[in-house]
Design a protein around this ligand. Structure first.
Ligand SMILES: *Cc1c(COP(=O)(O)O)cnc(C)c1O
Length: 567
């Protein structure tokens, strides 16, 4: 219906990773899926937004797990030409004093009523580039510091240049999805300075850039914020830019901090859940930090059986996710049937992938997310004899795992092996399956088809978490540590269950393990096996209370209202 005109003021959304389609391995986890969900919501709501990211010809990586859970990796090669169209724009950026040529590809998201949101993928695979420069848009989060810094130059400087080359003169707002994109601020400052150079930029001019920029931070873990040694910054960006970054408060202890750069030149800054906003405010006391809690794209993450259930009872849900609140009126029997079908679809897919047949009558627990230390994938297996006793007295369980460890994250890889070890130690008690190659496609099966979504992050490290929101849209309650979004989404025994208590600000693993086992043994398994109607009520409340709020429509409206200055 409506197309974005290059002359219309747009929101330019910059993200190092974007999850658009299962066939495009251009994301690694929650951050990229969130970017995709945000852009999909913009298309549905008719918001004039454009996305900017890198092409990642070799993707993140393909994950291979041997019989012991040892992970190996290979490039996730795909064919951009099959899904993207080239755009008539060619720009250059400067890396280590060399001109690097960049061209772009377009993917178009069509919203519910036809509104189109373009996503531009920057690509340096051009014959006029030196061999190393040609690889800069190959691997997501691959390579060394120098490679990563050069990639961020391509994203920030190349992204702004490409938008100009495509005719986007009037941009209402530049939204940085995490610090990887912060160089866009420097690109805007240089554009404003024209031939005068960065040194000549006035305070009022900096303020003008600030008014156009929005920064979202995604992790409360200091190590998760991109930093680069200043010597490297000098080498890659040159003396003038490096000095400017130093003089403008973007560096600390001889390092450029990409989060500081984003903070310094943004007028609106936010964390991605209430608690994360508070923690970020304490980390960055000199800047006002707000919260906008993440949400997921409801139509993308609702499984076919639940989508047709909602279509029958609350057909408005696709256009206005708030109507999911009316799920309170859906008969429990129909929730049961829809879930039975989603579970069957999942178990069929598991059998197709692994040859293992799971029992549809058994309580099935799901745990899938990036395999990294703070997510504690092995917490469930802290006490195997206790777990055996729970199964004996309260009823059977089976567990499905999935998740990739970053190729250099040794502790993440150890976690995967520990799940494999527990799986074989528990072979007499319960089936535990670790599925390879976690991606959006597998996520869609898992979040809909299990009976319980488990989340055990170490507090307060989970900024938001979004997979539990996807589960809620499919009536799957969470059993989770009270961190990230769950602090807001949790109503005990109504939308799911907590592990530990809300007033504990930091994790106490022994208390959490005790709580996890007690909830399974005394509350969840007895309800699931002996009071199924009560369990269905929890499922229905998860949809009505959490599906109606933790969605990308609500999130995007909050960004429009609070950050983009759009009504
Ligand atoms: C939603 C999603 C995530 C994020 O999961 P969290 O539990 O929020 O960490 C990661 N990977 C994929 C493929 C997803 O779909």
């Amino acid at each position: 219906m409506s197309r974005i005109l290059a002359t219309e003021p747009v929101i330019a959304y910059f993200s190092m990773e974007v999850g658009l389609e299962p066939s495009m391995p251009t994301y690694s986890g929650g951050l990229g899926v969130l970017a995709g969900d945000t852009l999909r919501a913009a298309a549905d709501l008719g918001v004039p937004m454009v996305g900017v990211t890198l092409l990642h010809r070799k993707g993140y990586f393909r994950q291979h797990l041997d019989a012991y859970g040892n992970q190996s990796e290979s490039p996730a090669i795909w064919t951009p030409e099959d899904v993207l169209t080239p755009v008539p724009a060619h720009v250059t950026v400067t890396v280590e004093g060399r001109r690097v040529h960049v061209h772009g590809w377009q993917y178009t998201i069509h919203g519910l009523s036809g509104h189109a949101v373009p996503v531009y993928f920057l690509d340096t695979l051009l014959p006029e580039n030196a061999p190393w420069d040609q690889t800069l848009t190959d691997s997501l989060y691959g390579g060394d510091e120098r490679y990563r810094l050069a990639q961020e130059v391509v994203l920030g400087f190349g992204g702004v240049a490409l938008l100009r080359a495509l005719g986007y003169e009037s941009v209402r707002c530049y939204h940085m999805n995490e610090g990887h994109a912060s160089f866009l601020t420097l690109a805007l400052l240089e554009e404003l300075a024209g031939g005068r150079g960065l040194r000549a930029i006035s305070g009022a001019e900096k303020e003008a850039i600030r008014r156009q920029c929005v920064f979202t931070t995604h992790t409360p873990v200091p190590a998760g914020h991109d930093k680069f040694p200043l010597d490297l910054v000098r080498q890659v960006l040159g003396e003038e830019r490096a000095s400017f970054l130093e003089e403008n408060g973007c560096c600390l202890d001889g390092e450029l901090n990409m989060t500081y750069l984003g903070l310094v030149f943004s007028h609106y800054i936010n964390g991605v859940a209430m608690r994360h906003g508070e923690i970020s405010q304490n980390m960055f006391p000199h800047y006002p930090v707000n919260s906008i809690t993440n949400g997921v794209h409801a139509v993308t993450w609702t499984s076919p059986p639940f989508a047709s259930l909602y279509d029958r009872h609350i057909p408005e849900w696709r256009w206005d996710n708030l109507y999911l609140r009316y799920a309170v009126g859906i008969p429990l029997e129909e929730i049961r049937q829809a879930h039975e079908e989603a579970k069957k679809n999942l178990l069929t897919e598991v059998e197709r992938r692994t040859g293992v047949r799971l029992d549809p009558a058994v309580m099935t627990i799901g745990f899938a997310r990036r395999a990294t230390a703070y997510k504690r994938a092995d917490l469930l297996f802290s006490d195997l004899s206790r777990l055996r006793e729970i199964v004996r007295t309260a009823g059977p369980m089976q567990v499905l795992y999935a998740g990739k460890a970053h190729p250099r994250d040794e502790s993440g890889k150890i976690l995967i092996r520990r799940v494999f070890e527990a799986a074989s130690a528990l072979a007499d008690t319960m089936k535990v399956i670790y599925l390879e190659e976690y991606d959006m496609e597998l996520a869609r099966y898992l979040v809909a088809g299990v009976d319980l979504w488990l989340n055990t992050p170490q507090k307060p490290h989970e900024a938001s978490g979004t997979s539990g929101m996807k589960a809620a849209l499919n009536g799957v309650p969470s059993l989770s540590v009270l961190d990230g979004w769950w602090i807001e989404g949790h109503v005990e025994g109504v939308t799911g269950w907590s592990i530990g208590e809300s007033w504990e600000l930091e994790s106490d693993p022994s208390k959490e393990v005790a709580s996890l086992y007690e909830k399974l043994e005394r509350v969840i398994l007895p309800m699931f096996y002996h009071r199924p109607e009560e369990y269905l009520r929890v499922m229905r409340s998860a949809i009505a209370l959490n599906g109606s709020f933790f969605n990308a429509q609500r999130m995007l409206r909050q960004y429009m209202h609070n950050a983009y200055g759009m009504g």
